[in-house]
Write a protein that binds this ligand. Sequence first.
Ligand code: GBH
Length: 468
Amino acid sequence: SASQDEPGELRFPAGFVWGAATAAYQIEGAANEDGRGPSIWDTFSRTPGKVYRGHTGDIACDHYHRYRDDVAIMADLGLASYRFSVAWPRIQPDGTGPVNHRGLDFYDRLVDELISHGIDPVVTLYHWDLPQTFEDRGGWTNRETAEAFADYALAVYGRLGDRVKTWTTLNEPWCSAYLGYSSGRHAPGVQDPAAAFAAVHHLNLAHGLGVAALRSAGAQTIGITLNPASVLPLDEASEADQAAVRLVDGLHNRIFLDPIVKGEYPADVLEHLERFGGTPWLRDGDTALINQPIDVLGVNFYSPTYVGVREGAPGNVEEYPGTEGIEFREPVGPVTDMGWQIEPSALTKLLTRIGRDYPGLPLLITENGAAYPDGPGPDERVTDTLRVNYLDGHLRACHDAISNGVDLRGYFVWSLLDNFEWAEGYKKRFGIVHVDYMSQRRTPKDSARWYREVIRRNGLAVAGGTEE
Ligand code: GBH
C-alpha cells in the first residue's frame, strides 16, 4: 500500500497535492478587455466550420470577472492547489511587444485571492492561445516563436514569481504541434505533417529556453505538462504489434521526453522523419538547450491508445504521420461523452513506464477527468455518478502506481468548471462544477462533493471496507 492505509481506507502519501485545473481561453472570457490581443483560438473559433456551432471563448465562464466566486468554490472544496494558465495575448498583445500591465494585473489579483484562501497556485505559461501575430509569421513552425517565449516567461515571472512556486512551460505540446499543424483540428488549423514536426521542435526549444530563463530568474519548481499516450499493443505476443507501439510511442512520447530529459531525439524517430523532409529546423546545440534540468513532469491522462499492424489499415496519419498499415483500435467497452475509452489500468501502466524510463523525475497528474452531458435535475442537484466512477477508478490507478514505487506527488482534476472544450465548444462538460452559460450560475456537482471528501481524508474509502 502507498502509505499508512487504515482498514477501509486507501490513503495517499502525506503531503500529496490535491488540485483542480483550468486554462485561460477555456474559462476567462473578457476576450477584448484590458488590452488583450487576439490569439490563434480567437481566429480559429471565428472560422466557419472549425468549432461546434461557431462557439468562441469570448465570454466562456466569465472567470475574468468572477474569479473571486470561483476561488471561493475552490476553498469550499478544500483544494490545496489550483492549476491555471496565463494568456500570452493578455501579457503581450502583439506577441513580442511591450508588456501590458493591465493583463498582468488580473493574474496578480487571482494569485493574491488564491493565497489568501490557502490555495497554492500552479502556473502554466502556455495553454494553446498563441498571440495571432506569431501565426502570421508561421507560428510554431518559426523558430522566433520559441525565442520570444523566454521573454514572455520572464515578464510573467517578474510579476508573480514572489508568490508562485510551481511553473510549467507548456501544456501538451503534442496537441499544439499535431492537432494544430497536421490534423488541423485545433488552431491554427494547418494540415502539413512537415510543419507539425517543425512545431514539435520549436515547442521543445521554447520549453528549454523558458526553463533556462525561469531558472536564472530564481523560480523554485519548474516543469512541463505533456499528455503522454499510454500506447498498448492489440496483441501482447505479436512482435509486429510491439513495433507499432514503438513507432506511435516515438511520435507521441519520446519525441518530447527524450530531448527534454535525455538531451537527444531518438534515432528511430529521426529516421521516421526522413519521410517528411528530415530535420531542417535542427541546429547544433539545440538539444542541449532543450535538455534543461526540470523538477517535475506534469502528466495529463484521459484514455489509452491501442495499436497493432494490420494489412490495409489506413493508420491515423493525420495525428501520427506515416502510420499507414497500423490499426488504431476503436474504443472497447464504456466510453465518456468524448467517445474516449475508460481504462484506469492504462494510467498505472503509463506512470510506471515513465517512472522506469525517466527515473528521478517527480510526477504530477496535471489533468484527469471525464466529459458527461450532465445538468441540474428538478432538485437543482447534478448527479454525475459516471464522473465519480471515472475519477475514483483513476485515483485507484494512481494509488497502484505509487505502490509500484512511482514518485507521484499530486493530482489535479480536469476541470474545476464546465468550459470551452476547444473544437467541441460548450457541448462537452468536464467540470466538477456545472456552469449555466446563460446565467453564469455555478452548481457544484455530486463529483465536487465526492472530491471534497477524498481531499478531507487524503484518500478513498475501500468498497465494502469499514468507514473511519
Ligand atoms: C486536454 O487535452 C487539454 O489540456 C484540455 O485543455 C482539454 O480541455 C482536456 O484535455 C479535455 O479534452 O481519441 O481516445 O484516442 C486532451 C487532448 C485527449 C487529445 C485524448 C488526444 C485522444 C483520445 N487529448 N485524445 S482517443
